[in-house]
Design a protein around this ligand. Structure first.
Ligand SMILES: [Zn+2]
Length: 208
């Protein structure tokens, strides 16, 4: 019965372009959402809503940190420093990305997904859900935990915001000024791996 209600609600959401969160999330995607480490949990502070630009998610866009992230570096301290730098040096609302994935595949909340992101390059990130994976993928390979977490998070966002896996791209697809997300992570967009993994997660979360 629950699954019938889910199908009916999800279908209505797709047909009527209702916000997809009108439907309860399938268990596997709810599990992903529940393991996201909140801003409060990593010791960050919320952004000032008065300065925020609201937006509607239409794309999912992958970034890398672009700097080495050595084993043993504290991801929560990294996030607190990134938040301070973003606000005090860049004069941005907050961390430019909505989600950050560490070396262990833990997913952290960054800027509120309700607010448009920021960038040093010329594209407009309004409407993009921005995911950063720590490390410099011009130099190192993403590990399997990072790839799995990236696919889990992308599937959650695709379902929640009612956007197709075809909207998943890398930063450099929008800007010629960057190599982000780095050749070794971009490979998994180029060869269709991440979109396929997201499609599989969405299909397997539908009731049989
Ligand atoms: Zn980027």
């Amino acid at each position: 019965m629950r699954s019938l209600i889910y199908v009916a609600t999800a279908t209505a959401a797709l047909l009527l372009q209702l916000p997809a969160w009108a439907a309860p999330l399938p268990p596997a995607l709810a599990e992903t959402e529940n393991r996201i480490v909140s801003v409060a949990a990593w010791g960050g502070t919320p952004a000032d809503p008065a300065k925020a630009r609201k937006h509607t998610i239409k794309h999912i866009t992958l970034h890398h940190q672009g700097e080495p992230f050595p084993e043993g570096k504290d991801p929560q301290l990294y996030l607190r420093n990134l938040q301070t730098w973003s606000r005090n040096t860049k004069h941005w609302l907050d961390i430019p990305y909505h989600y950050i994935i560490d070396l262990d595949g833990r997913i952290y909340e960054g800027r509120s997904i309700d607010y448009a992101g920021d960038t040093n390059t010329e594209y407009d990130p309004t409407g993009h859900a921005l995911i950063e994976v720590v490390g410099n993928f011009e130099e190192v390979q993403p590990n399997q935990k990072q790839l799995d977490a990236t696919a889990d998070l992308m599937a959650l966002l695709a379902m929640k915001y009612n956007v197709a896996p075809a909207t998943i791209h890398g930063h450099k697809d929008y800007s010629a000024q960057t190599v982000c997300p780095g050749v070794n992570l971009y490979r998994y967009l180029e060869n269709g791996y991440l979109r396929d993994q997201v499609t599989q997660r969405l299909q397997s979360s539908l009731p049989k």
